[in-house]
Design a protein around this ligand. Structure first.
Ligand code: MCA
Ligand code: AMP
Length: 536
């Protein structure tokens, strides 16, 4: 049995004990040591318990990257709570669904995001408290914090919430308890909460750190958001587990990343493919201006969306380094990885991490396929989630009788064991590493008074991989609503990255005999621009 701890919080406390004065999180000139983070974690845990947190209560984090995110995250888990991750771009529709579905009792946010939360708070019967990070410890201005929460909901700034000190020793959470709920598409329907246990997270982080030879000497430059599996489950967890250092940023900025890499202190960078294409463009600009290339890193990793062979090869030509591509999901954290030593094969996602399994099954017979034919990728191991929150049927449908999880991704395996992803069973658009479920955008556009029918799909995009495109049938033929109006309508309700980049007005949608929209036909027509001028 591998020697990994029962939870990430336990792993963190072990690292703190081993090297209290080591830098854990660097954040724009501030150095948060393992000891300082540990004290903050204990303060959050004690304050949450004092407030009345019971083991298993859901506490949402609707918070941008900062050391406070890490402290609150670990504090909730140390207190026995379940963290619900919320993308900071989410707006009323997503907030209502996620916070409502998870029955969140308390939400930790920042002053900048509190007004959006206040718009939906009255629709969330389980919500009892909102704790917002005081502007002194976040970058938001107090004037943005102007919308009042409904009466009956505790509205508390973090300084007041954490006051009173006291850090009674708390037991570590059991490894089989749920640590975190991440909302994701599942294979069908509305976004579902994937329940990951402390054991799932620790097992996967252990596998990742082993496979990538991650040690306490590493310094990871992390510009990914901490509210998704990539930044959190790979970047932060790995750091805490091995006791290395994370150079955390609020967001990705190619020029800032390039400048940081030039300083030569970074050993690893993890990103989505869009970040790599932007980094390449930045490098070309710098080289043209006579600036140098950054020194080599120990490891560049790409994931969350397909890395094109072209980007892989250009990166190797320019930076002289072969990006390691891996494949993961919210339900499982990381599944497959190209080898650290050995061939990193472009266009593939490699093999299972240590201690985990993966295979391809035939879509009809559900029998394993051993040759190089495509089928559905299934995975099994200690990293695979417990199930969907309050969705026993969806959970049952996601696993087969032998405990294999159906990923909903299509792929094939080469004779020498490399997996290649070649499609998705579910309808999902991946734009710049963010998932967009067409149905969610369709539902919002459909509710616009001037829209009769709508279909949303993904088309190729050189920067984002895929872009969101909508075909709209206006309610009054020949009198479509304005594109700006439709986009503003989406942005008011959904995260801005879900808004269509292009909207085409059409007379009707192609449908089959059962009335289902034939998106493949629509995609072909839109790709050919077989319509009047795009209205966007
Ligand atoms: C931002 N915008 C986007 C996207 N990101 N539009 C489409 N797709 C996107 N991905 C929009 C904003 O809404 C805004 O629109 C405008 O672009 C500028 O926003 P800004 O924040 O400046 O964007 P950016 O800095 O250009 O962001 C691009 C990005 C970012 C750096 C690629 O999207 C990003 O950090 N992506 C990573 C997501 C991630 O962590 N995914 C992992 C999921 P407007 O101005 O109109 O409002 S976990 C996962 O998939 C599994 C587990 C796995 O395997 O990892
Ligand atoms: P999420 O639901 O946010 O966890 O997104 C997981 C999905 O991202 C997977 O099911 C894949 O479809 C996709 N994905 C993640 N990594 C890769 C990769 N390296 N190549 C292709 N698709 C990927």
């Amino acid at each position: 049995m591998p020697e990994y701890p029962g939870s990430i919080v336990e792993a963190f406390l072990r690292s703190r004990e081993r090297m209290p004065e080591k830098a854990c999180i660097l954040f724009y000139g501030d150095t948060c040591t393992y000891e300082r983070l540990g004290r903050e974690v204990e303060r959050w845990a004690a304050a949450l318990r004092r407030w009345g947190l019971q083991p298993g209560d859901r506490i949402a984090l609707f918070l941008a990257n900062s050391p406070t995110f890490a402290a609150a995250y670990l504090g909730i888990q140390l207190a026995g709570g379940i963290v619900v991750l919320v993308n900071t771009q989410y707006r009323q529709v997503e907030l209502r669904h996620i916070l409502g579905d998870a029955g969140v009792r308390l939400c930790i946010t920042d002053a900048e995001r509190k007004p959006e939360l206040a718009r939906v708070a009255a629709d969330l019967p389980a919500l009892e408290a909102v704790v917002w990070i005081s502007p002194s410890s976040a970058s938001a201005s107090p004037s943005e914090n102007d919308r009042i929460l409904p009466p009956g909901i505790l509205d508390c700034d973090s300084a007041a919430f954490l006051a009173d000190g006291g850090s009674a020793p708390l037991d570590l959470p059991p490894s089989e308890a749920v640590a975190l709920i991440g909302y994701t598409s599942g294979t069908t329907g509305r976004s579902k909460g994937a329940m990951l246990t402390h054991g799932n997270l620790a097992a996967n982080s252990w596998a990742v750190t082993q496979a990538w030879r991650w040690t306490e000497a590493d310094r990871l430059l992390l510009t990914l958001p901490l509210f998704h599996a990539h930044g959190l489950g790979v970047g932060l967890h790995g750091t805490l587990l091995v006791g290395s250092t994370i150079d955390l940023r609020r967001r990705f900025d190619a020029a800032e990343v390039y400048d940081t890499l030039l300083r030569g202190e970074t050993t690893m960078f993890f990103g989505v493919p869009t970040m790599y294409t932007r980094l390449l463009a930045e490098a070309r600009r710098r080289l043209a201006a006579g600036e140098p290339l950054p020194p080599p890193l120990r490891l560049y990793v790409s994931g969350s969306a397909p890395l094109s062979v072209q980007t892989f090869e250009e990166f190797e030509r320019l930076f002289g380094q072969r990006i390691l591509e891996r494949y993961g999901m919210t339900e499982t954290m990381m599944n497959l990885t190209n080898p650290y030593e050995g061939e990193r094969r472009p266009g593939t996602v490699g093999m299972p991490f240590p201690g985990q399994e993966a295979r391809i099954v035939d879509l009809q017979t559900r029998q394993p396929i051993l040759d190089e034919r495509p089928g559905e990728i299934q995975v099994r191991g200690p990293h695979v989630f417990k199930g969907y929150w309050r969705q026993p049927e969806a959970t049952a449908a996601a696993f087969d009788a032998e405990g294999w999880f159906n990923t909903g991704d299509l792929g094939w395996r080469s004779a020498d064991g490399y997996f290649t992803i070649c499609g998705r069973i579910r309808e999902l658009i991946i734009s710049g590493g963010y998932n967009v479920y067409p149905r969610e955008v369709e539902e919002v556009l459909q509710s616009h008074p001037d829209v009769a029918e709508v279909a949303v799909l993904g088309l190729p995009d050189p920067d984002l991989g895929e872009q969101v495109v909508a075909a709209v049938v206006p309610r009054v033929p020949g009198a479509p609503p304005s594109v700006d109006d439709l986009i503003a309508f989406c942005r008011d309700r959904l995260a801005s990255f879900k808004k269509p980049r292009r909207i085409y007005f059409v007379e009707s949608l192609p449908r089959n005999a059962l009335g289902k929209v034939q998106k493949h036909l629509l995609r072909e027509r839109l790709a050919r621009q077989d319509f009047a001028v795009p209205a966007g």
